[in-house]
Ligand binder design. Sequence first.
Ligand code: UDX
Length: 439
Amino acid sequence: MKITVLGLGYVGLLTAVGLANSGYEIIGLDVDIRKIQMLQNENIYIYEPGLDEFVKENAKKGNLTFDTLENVSCIDSEIVFVAVGTPSQSNGSADLSQLNNALEYVVDRASNPLTIVVKSTVPPGTGKKIKEIYLEKASFSHSYVSNPEFLREGQALKDWFYPDRIVIGGDDREATTLISHLYKDINAPIVITDVTTAEMIKYASNAFLATKISFINEIANLCDLTGANIDGVVQGVSHDPRIGGSFLRAGIGYGGSCFPKDVRALDFISTINGHSFELLKAVINVNNRQRFIPIQILKREMGLLSGKKIAVLGLAFKPNTDDIREAPSIEIINLLIGEGASVKAYDPIVDGTEKNCYCQEAVFTKNIWEAIHEAHAIILTTEWDEFVNLDWFEVFKYTQSPHIIIDGRNVLQPRLIKEIGFKCFGIGRNTHRVFQLQA
Ligand code: UDX
């Protein structure tokens, strides 16, 4: 069966590769000529462990080809997946212009009735509107399916082949059956529902996970004020299967291409529907506030930060990705620079010099040792293995008094780090007081 995948960002490329691997004949389309040229040469532009081998393997088998939107005048596949971006607008709403363009493109070029499957995260109700605007007036009777994606960066292949669930939303039984058959090799529960519910499932999932993170961050903040320890608290509460143990790692907050954008969008959707989603507003505020904690600790420990040498370890919003979208590291670097600190930053994958033009005053080093050389303080912003497994005795020799380490991801062993001579601060690990809660 021939399938078109339109939009070869993170989700689209994974979809194309995953379906090609199941034996379907996939043509991946994107507007970006540079991306297509790279893919045609079997190179990929995102860092995702294992993905390049999958692209090569399937391209060699001949069932994975790529082209630009411009080059294609007719779409003759049975199914079209749409996986274009829906970025945040300044008011928090999702910008659907790429989706609208993609649908117009598909409908214009279809040479037969299609099943159009939207993987992009879109506000509940979008599918209904799309049907009215684009599909009802089309020359063919196309079906519309919502099939949201739950891939995590850094483990996207694993999430594709071993998902927790597959959600398929459609109002046409034939179409939902067709799409569920595509996943027949994957062993996961399939939730079949209507389009709007499927769209809401994606937002509810991301918003719930973000809520867990902000909740545990608030508990961690309280731990710092009361003398409790967040590690013990999490251990204690996670034995309750109703709570579970995942997504309870306190730190400097969530970032990335999904959580911040989707939580804001859900808040916006609530507002325009006349409902004030107070919980979500708090989730967003807590997340924004967490990023100030390292700066508060440094100021308390060292006074003015002007001229102080600070090393920031990690730019990516989490390990095993080169994605810096809404990464806490970027905001922390900018806050430090705003305080007059001299910042050196290092990430094992992200080349800060290329990507972070908005952190121009920071120095991005090629290795960790350059970053920490004579640093008064180190802030660990991404829990890359390279940092967790550092020889901290060696690190100590490179740094200068007061030898501060702020573990923004609670991954180091504070006792060991302190024994070396560092002043070590985590988030909620009974190592500092963050701020007065009543303030
Ligand atoms: C997320 C969802 O997990 C995925 O299902 C969806 O499809 C896309 O959004 P991703 O953005 O790749 O995936 O990252 P994820 O691993 O979920 O982490 C998101 C952020 O939360 C990261 O910044 C991470 O550091 C932070 N996080 C995660 C915490 O601060 N604490 C935790 O306990 C877990």
